[in-house]
Design a protein around this ligand. Structure first.
Ligand code: GRF
Length: 192
């Protein structure tokens, strides 16, 4: 990969992690990666507004539409794919083409509470139900299995006795916003 990698951020919703990545780009925390494209699996989401405010081109890719996705990645000469709340499974062909060049953030301490069905509030509900004393977030390299590839970095926070899935999600999200940009920067510096 070149010195400054061209990244596509894949989103499906609020895009607060996309916001944190764009902010990190501005503040200089993220120097070796530039967001060149935002791809959303849903129309009308806040993440798309964030992209447009930042002047980053974006597009919505409908379910099952692999060809336009691959075309956009190639048109924008994308080196690195950053999943940020992307709610759709990537195809094996895409994963293979971007082997070691797709990262994801997951709102739990993997390998716990990852895999099919562990997304959004389901993750935090399960953590609380199990009586875990700590939770957090993990950044990992994406492979063919959900939430499975090598973990690059984690941030930990205590689970408080009064936590609900919502309060826990909110505190984990604060950590995500710090951990993801920092880890993206480190990874892109050390991997071609
Ligand atoms: C985050 O909790 C992330 O870990 C998970 O989906 C959520 C996305 O939030 N994969 P946002 O769209 O970045 O606000």
């Amino acid at each position: 990969m070149p010195d400054v990698k061209r990244a596509a951020v894949l989103v499906s919703g609020g895009g607060s992690n996309l916001g944190a990545i764009l902010e990190a780009q501005k503040s200089g925390v993220l120097k070796h990666v530039r967001v060149e494209l935002v791809i959303s699996s849903r129309a009308g989401v806040m993440a798309l507004e964030r992209a447009s405010k930042a002047g980053v081109p974006s597009l919505v890719v409908e379910k099952g539409a692999e060809a336009p996705l691959l075309q956009a990645l190639s048109d924008h000469r994308i080196d690195l794919i950053l999943l940020a709340g992307y709610m759709r499974k990537l195809t094996p062909a895409l994963i293979d083409r971007f082997r070691h060049r797709i990262l994801n953030i997951h709102p739990a301490l993997l390998p716990k509470y990852g895999g099919a069905g562990f997304y959004g509030h389901f993750v935090h509900e399960a953590v609380i139900r199990a009586g875990e004393k700590e939770s957090g977030c993990s950044v990992h390299v994406v492979d063919e299995e959900f939430d499975h590839g090598p973990v690059l970095a984690q941030a930990r926070i205590p689970v408080l006795p009064q936590d609900t899935p919502e309060t826990l999600a909110a505190r984990v999200l604060i950590e995500e916003h710090k951990l993801y940009p920092k880890t993206i920067e480190e990874y892109s510096q050390h991997h071609d």
